[in-house]
Design a protein around this ligand. Structure first.
Ligand code: ITT
Length: 207
């Protein structure tokens, strides 16, 4: 997927980095992906920041909205992640609504069951899907950049494995036989949609 970088001349200097997310799974993955590059990742969850309402219609739009709110609240450079599962036979759903399909309080078993039920109802034999991740960086001076990553694969049923988070137990990346839920986290971090977006961010902002 194309990289959209609103401002690529700005550099991200290793140090304290605010992860504008309240999702524990994402916080862990962002720490694992940015820690080795000299960043101390502090999350909006740990700081108790308000969660902005995700009112945009794209991953990139929602990522920017979350990073802007967190940078404004803290005066720190903020990194946000808007991501989700896009199922081919469901026209890309749940997409930007991936978290919402889990209801409140969030229950991803319920979300995975809904995907399975809607696939069965669609009558399509196509089980291909992809995870998408938009990472946005917003600096206190208003500079912004967004990077998008993807990983393609297919869905399996029933769910398998207890690693990762969200829809990981039903997603098998292309060329793999085990789900992200069964995969060692380091291996997921080498091939995931988040890793793809981080690689693009690194090339643009850290090199
Ligand atoms: P924040 O907005 O606070 O970051 P959130 O969970 O609401 O947390 P999103 O709106 O971006 O985040 O929703 C993304 C959902 O997509 C997330 O809750 C997961 O269910 C799913 N998802 C994203 N990345 C995933 C991954 O690596 N593995 C499994 N599921 C993932």
């Amino acid at each position: 997927m194309a990289v959209k970088s609103a401002e690529s001349s700005q550099r991200l200097v290793p140090g304290r980095l605010l992860a504008a997310t309240h999702n524990r799974g994402k916080v862990e993955e962002l720490k694992a992906l940015f820690g080795p590059h000299g960043f101390q990742v502090v999350s909006a969850l740990e700081l108790g920041l308000d969660e902005p309402e995700e009112t945009e219609t794209t991953f990139a739009g929602n990522a920017l909205l979350k990073a802007r709110a967190a940078s404004k609240a803290t005066g720190l450079p903020a990194l946000s992640d808007d991501s989700g599962l896009a199922v081919t036979a469901l026209g890309g759903a749940p997409g930007i609504h991936s978290a919402r399909w889990a209801g409140e309080p969030r229950d991803f078993h319920r979300a995975m069951e809904r995907v399975e039920a809607e696939l069965a109802a669609s009558g399509s034999p196509d089980r291909t899907a992809k995870f998408v991740c938009a990472l946005a960086v917003v600096w206190p001076d208003g500079h912004e950049a967004v990077f998008e990553g993807e990983v393609h694969g297919h869905l399996v049923w029933p769910p398998r494995g207890s690693h990762g988070f969200g829809y990981d137990p039903v997603f098998v990346a292309s060329g793999e036989t085990i789900t992200f839920g069964e995969m060692d986290p380091d291996r997921k971090h080498a091939m995931s949609h988040r890793a793809d977006a981080v690689a693009k961010l690194r090339a643009a902002l850290l090199s």
